[in-house]
Design a protein around this ligand. Structure first.
Ligand code: SAM
Length: 731
């Protein structure tokens, strides 16, 4: 059966009927269908009138694509797919009106590509079209199949259809451009050519060097600028459509922050940051799905939830009645929502897609970002904003009969304790007074620093005074003590008379040094050391990272620890151990935390500082589970001397990390800028997953009874680590 549905639309593209299996969406005048696989995710895109566009149709599965070349004088790309489980008919029409019409047996639903979701009707499907930009989005629905289209120009042929679940990639992001690969290369080339040391920064547009916070702010401001321009020239258009169009324009300009999906907080985004459009969450990687409320990624073969948006479309509830975890979000599963669907098509919710991911997260207890859409009034006009509310974990779930008479899932998410709290009433008041043109990403004074610490918390917002790529703040909620004075350095200083020799045999790799057979540095480590999320696979006697004599880029995978701190670390006053360190974001096992910097001293010099030994780190020959002697194929031993790092006068945040008999970090020796393995850099890594605001500790590894005072008397220092394995004394 072929139906043509003409009302409202200036132009009719291909319209075909589907039975239970398939429907067909035609995008006329599309040429050059590509699949872009340069990123971890795979996207398809096509050209319409010579312009690129992404393809994204949520809830579509079994997606095929084909080109019927020069049919009736028009090059045409047809996208074949299932939409949901229902028989439906999808019609993509009107490049001018941002419309996607969907039809089920009786009703015709019309869905605009809409950021605010109010206009998105049946099936969550959406399409954006304009004369020059077309975006038909292809989402990974629960069992979506990947749209596999040839890298090359396609002609006359049905292009690959991938039925393999493993190859299914996330499609809900707008990112989808065939020349993306080229852009990455350009960036890398620019980075390579740059004379500036890029190790503390990422290269952003036009070679600007900015940290993550500024980068997010800049990208949001740029987005709003583009949006405002569009608003001026296309004032008749739906504002939500313009937001999507603005996002697509930024994408074409390669301005999106390209991140792999990740657990935990997003570098550069803080609790209390607010956003005007869903597309903004998308372009900074906070929530990568544009319509679906649940975003997820695969971990050890299972999809786990990484972020949820409470957009007010479902009957989600925030509760605050649990003492241990005062904030609980009761989040309804996705699908079959009577608020946006006709009663007839309401079914029991299915345990798949986002619902399955949330269920899997109950067991994994992984952090899930929660973004809340809040509604407020400015005059008589109702406004809404998206606020980043912090990290939760999925505590439990159950199935219930909803008022629709159908089964729904209820997921109980609990907020990780001690995160900065939001004062929602104050927030709404503040937002009331803010104009759209205010700077992107506002936070203070909305965000109360910490529920427990809101009396007199903040001592400084950056103890590194801009030397780290991310600010490290210090808070004291216990008393009036200020931080001790020391000189903040991001790398160790060597003894005056001593200059370690440089590693000369660097690698020539240009591919990120991921190939263990080709990269001599990786070979020295006996294989790759870090995974693609920059996490250390395991502790080793010694690790050789690529260094100044290597030809690879500073972004190479074998340079993780030398790139510096990326986590929002925070120095805080502990009850019994002086100052300590924690992270405001969730830390995955194997993540790099920080280097232990300070003055490198010969052991005998260190010994002379007895009495002032609080901040000595004895590099020695043994640390962690390994002995440097295991590493005799690496680097050179120069003499028999041992070295100590003294962080009393100069150091970094590492000097505040306390000891624990049951630690969550471990020190790892790393060589990259010299090859003397008697004084490797001491890099601290996470031994396990660490929830936000848990104190970070490592085992100082003192020999009990082995520390003496200047008179040779054995010293005893009590340990207050509070762990069940505590030995009661540090030495
Ligand atoms: C490298 S500093 C750590 C930062 C230190 N808490 C501060 O306030 O600067 C090491 C000192 O912290 C204290 N400390 C660290 N861990 C401790 C523990 N588990 N129990 C008691 N004191 C501890 C001891 O005074 C130790 O000499």
């Amino acid at each position: 059966m072929l139906k043509i549905y003409q009302r409202r639309f200036k132009r009719i593209s291909l319209v075909t009927c589907c039975n239970d299996e398939q429907c067909q969406v035609g995008v006329s005048a599309a040429t050059n269908v590509y699949k872009y696989t340069g990123f971890e995710e795979s996207y398809s895109s096509m050209n319409i009138k010579g312009e690129q566009c992404a393809v994204d149709i949520p809830f579509a599965n079994n997606i095929y694509a084909c080109i019927e070349s020069k049919q009736e004088g028009v090059e045409r790309a047809n996208v074949l797919m299932n939409i949901g489980d229902d028989p439906c008919e999808a019609v993509v029409t009107s490049f001018d009106d941002y419309q996607l019409a969907l039809k089920d047996e009786k009703n015709i639903f019309q869905a605009a590509f809409n950021d605010d979701e109010d206009y998105v009707k049946e099936h969550d499907s959406q399409a954006a079209f304009s004369d020059d930009v077309v975006s038909v989005k292809t989402t990974l629905a629960e069992e979506a199949r990947s749209l596999m289209v040839s890298d090359e120009r396609c002609s006359d042929s049905q292009v690959a259809f991938n039925d393999d679940e493993d190859c299914v990639k996330e499609h809900d992001s707008l990112a989808a451009f065939s020349d993306g690969e080229e852009s990455v290369k350009t960036t890398l080339a620019e980075e390579k050519n740059s004379q500036v040391d890029l190790s503390n920064y990422e290269v952003f547009s036009n070679n600007e060097l900015i940290n993550d916070c500024d980068k997010v702010k800049q990208i949001i401001n740029h987005f709003r600028h583009v949006y405002n321009k569009l608003l001026q020239v296309k004032s008749g258009k739906l504002r939500s459509g313009l937001a999507v169009e603005a996002a697509i324009i930024l994408q074409n300009q390669h301005k999106w922050i390209k991140r792999n999906k990740q657990f935990g907080s997003i570098s550069g985004v803080e609790i209390g940051d607010y956003f005007f459009w869903r597309a903004e969450l998308n372009i900074i990687g906070l929530h990568c799905r544009n319509v679906h409320g649940i975003d997820f990624m695969k971990m050890d073969g299972k999809n786990l939830a990484i972020s949820v948006v409470d957009s007010g479309r479902y009957d989600n509830v925030f509760e605050s009645n649990n003492e241990e975890f005062p904030d609980t979000l009761v989040y309804l599963g996705e699908g079959s929502n009577p608020k946006v669907q006709s009663k007839k098509s309401i079914e029991d919710q299915k345990l798949k897609g986002g619902n399955l991911a949330l269920k899997n997260s109950v067991e994994a207890k992984n952090p899930v970002r929660v973004i809340r859409k809040i509604f407020f009034k400015r005059g008589k006009v109702e406004k809404r904003k998206y606020i980043y509310d912090g990290l939760y974990f999925v505590d439990s779930y159950r199935q219930e009969i909803a008022s629709s008479g159908k089964l729904v899932f209820k997921f109980f998410l609990k907020r990780f304790p001690s995160q900065p709290k939001l004062d929602w009433r104050k927030l709404v008041r503040e937002l009331d007074c803010m104009s759209y043109n205010s700077e992107g990403k506002e936070r203070s004074p909305i965000c109360v620093v910490n529920a427990l610490d809101d009396e007199k918390p903040l001592i400084t917002d950056d103890i590194s005074q801009g030397k780290e790529r991310i600010p490290i703040r210090a808070i004291n909620a216990l008393d009036d003590e200020k931080l001790p004075i020391f000189n903040y350095v991001t790398s160790v200083t060597y003894p005056e008379s001593y200059c370690p020799s440089m590693i000369n045999d660097g690698c020539d790799c240009i591919d990120g040094c991921s190939d263990s057979e080709d990269c001599p540095c990786i070979v020295k480590n006996g294989g790759s050391t870090y995974d693609y999320e920059e996490r250390l696979f395991e502790a080793k006697p010694l690790i050789v990272e690529c260094g100044p004599s290597c030809k690879c880029f500073t972004s190479c995978l074998n340079r993780v620890s030398q790139r510096g701190i990326r986590l929002p670390l925070e120095v805080f006053k502990t009850k019994a151990k002086g100052w300590g360190v924690r992270s405001r974001s969730f830390i995955r096992r194997g993540c790099f935390i920080c280097e232990y910097t300070g003055e490198i001293l010969r052991d005998n010099e260190g010994e002379q500082r007895i009495g002032n030994d609080e901040y000595l780190f004895d590099i020695g020959v043994t640390y962690g589970d390994h002995s440097l002697r295991d590493a005799n194929s690496l680097g050179s031993f120069e003499g028999n001397e041992c070295f100590t790092i003294d962080a009393a006068r100069v150091g970094n945040v590492g000097r505040f990390i306390n000891h624990s008999c049951s630690p969550n970090l471990f020190p790892q020796g790393v060589l990259f800028d010299h090859d003397n393995k008697r004084m490797p850099h001491i890099m601290l890594f996470a031994m396990e997953d660490i929830p936000p605001l848990n104190e970070l500790t490592y085992d100082y590894n003192y020999e009990k009874g082995g520390v003496c005072d200047a008179n040779g008397n054995i010293k005893i220092k009590h340990c207050y680590c509070d762990s069940s394995d505590c030995l009661g004394r540090m030495y």
